[in-house]
Design a protein around this ligand. Structure first.
Ligand code: GLU
Length: 446
């Protein structure tokens, strides 16, 4: 293993959607590609909104994708580490106690905005005397704690965005801990990344501002910031931000719609790069083609229709062994022969079940040209109904009726399947069986 160590750090306050699944995937693929370590960190300090159910669903989604993590940790078990870090920062003069209430802060912001100034925290708390602090405490106020930013330009070479320079005077000193003693993500994440030896932080570009402040925090805590990479956020196909529907589209929904994990991975690993999407049947193949340096700053467009197309191309490449269990659950027991007969026509694996029903359950045939279907019934060869009878059979029907091409094949399809489109019929005959074929050609439900 190399010393590369990355983490995916979901907050269990909701289900994963395509955007955060992509962040997970990019970290996973990067780790695999570099022979590194992929960690799952549960950011569960928001005790009001974190639930065990969301956490379970996040784990289920990662497992379904096949993204195994090498280790895991959770923030709620590390609270003493955050207290210790805060104490260090206070001792170093980099964290300070503030007593403003949310209402007071809101008023300040309003006043700044109406005076045309940016709503940056004015550091009034830095000027409080010990007596004033004692008076607040006596009133029952508890302090919240802020990090004292250094008024410099924070610079880093971002793995995705290239050279970034962030002017810190435009930022408020970030709050590290609330008055009730609950830690804020900004500090918890840095403490974790230090303790876990994270070498690369890869996340969405909505974290760029956090990163600027966190780089100073890493340094204030005596560490060096990991390398950073901020991938562009997902947008809908029209280039606008993800619509409400797409933004909240859960991975479970995509799974229920029949999307294959490797189709999702194939797409999410390539949108936002200028490389073509290559439908891969396994995650390890996606790893092989992964290159973080190909990601650019342009928003990555996520188009559910494109996912559907990639999925169809994945399904059409899946071997029988990859689907045997699912076919079994659907009571499709035509073995590999049936799978191979239908798969080129499928968009999802579940659709194989529909074709199994068409072959083995009663359908209502549609008789479009009775002369053709009657002749076909009369001329159906004796013996086994292997696919290779199709050529001679349809030739005989053509000879008997004088009908060829679409005029011949569409009536046969409509009679035998009740549908206008579908897989090649020849290999399905064996699954339909002689009685059903004859009855359908005669126009009887069978
Ligand atoms: N829990 C944070 C989030 O979901 C993690 C961000 C990070 O990767 O540091 O936004």
């Amino acid at each position: 293993m190399s010393d590369v160590k990355v983490r995916f750090a979901p907050s269990p306050t909701g289900n994963l959607h395509v955007g955060n699944l992509r962040t997970a995937l990019v970290n996973y693929l990067f780790a695999q590609r570099m022979g590194g370590h992929f960690m799952l960190r549960i950011d569960d300090t928001d005790t009001d909104r974190s639930t065990p159910e969301f956490e379970a669903s996040i784990r289920a989604d990662l497992n379904w994708m096949g993204m195994k993590w090498d280790s895991e940790d959770r923030q709620s078990e590390r609270l003493d580490r955050y207290d210790a870090a805060l104490a260090d920062l206070v001792a170093a003069g980099r964290a300070y106690a503030c007593y403003e209430t949310p209402e007071e802060l809101a008023l300040k912001r309003k006043a700044q905005l109406s005076a045309g100034r940016p709503p940056v925290y004015d550091r009034a708390a830095l000027k409080l005397t010990d007596d004033q602090k004692a008076a607040f405490e006596a009133e029952g106020r508890r302090p919240h704690w802020r990090f004292l930013l250094e008024d410099t330009d924070v610079k880093w070479t971002d793995m995705v965005r290239g050279d970034v320079s962030y002017h810190m005077s435009s930022l408020s000193d970030p709050v590290l801990m609330r008055e009730d003693g609950r830690v804020i993500y900004t500090m918890a994440s840095v403490v974790d990344d230090i303790d876990h030896g994270i070498t690369h932080i890869i996340r969405g570009e909505d974290h760029v501002t956090n990163s600027a402040a966190q780089i100073q925090l890493f340094e204030a805590l005596g560490a060096t910031a990991p390398k950073m990479g901020h991938v562009a956020l997902l947008a809908g196909a029209d280039g606008e931000g993800l619509s409400k529907r797409l933004g909240s589209l859960s991975i479970a929904q995509l799974r229920d719609e029949g999307m294959e994990p490797s189709a999702l991975a194939s797409l999410l690993a390539r949108i936002g790069t200028s490389d073509p999407v290559v439908p891969q049947v396994s995650l390890s193949d996606v790893v092989d083609g992964f290159d973080l340096s190909r990601f650019g700053r342009a928003t990555a467009k996520f188009d559910p229709d494109e996912l559907g197309q990639v999925n169809a191309r994945v399904v059409q490449q899946l071997g029988f062994e990859a689907v045997a269990e699912r076919l079994g659950e659907m009571k499709v027991d035509g073995g590999a022969a049936f799978w191979v007969a239908v798969r080129d026509n499928l968009s999802t694996v579940v659709e194989a079940g529909d074709w199994w029903q068409v072959c083995t359950q009663t359908i209502t045939p549609e008789i479009e040209d009775q002369a053709v279907t009657d002749a076909a019934a009369d001329l159906l060869p004796e013996g086994e109904l292997q696919a290779d009878i199709w050529g001679a059979w349809t030739k005989a029907v053509a000879a008997a009726t004088g009908v060829k091409g679409r005029g011949l094949f569409m009536p046969l399809r409509l009679a035998l399947t009740g549908r206008r489109t579908g897989p090649e019929i020849a290999p399905l005959l064996a699954f339909m069986g002689r009685d059903r074929i004859l009855a359908r050609l005669r126009g009887e439900a069978a």
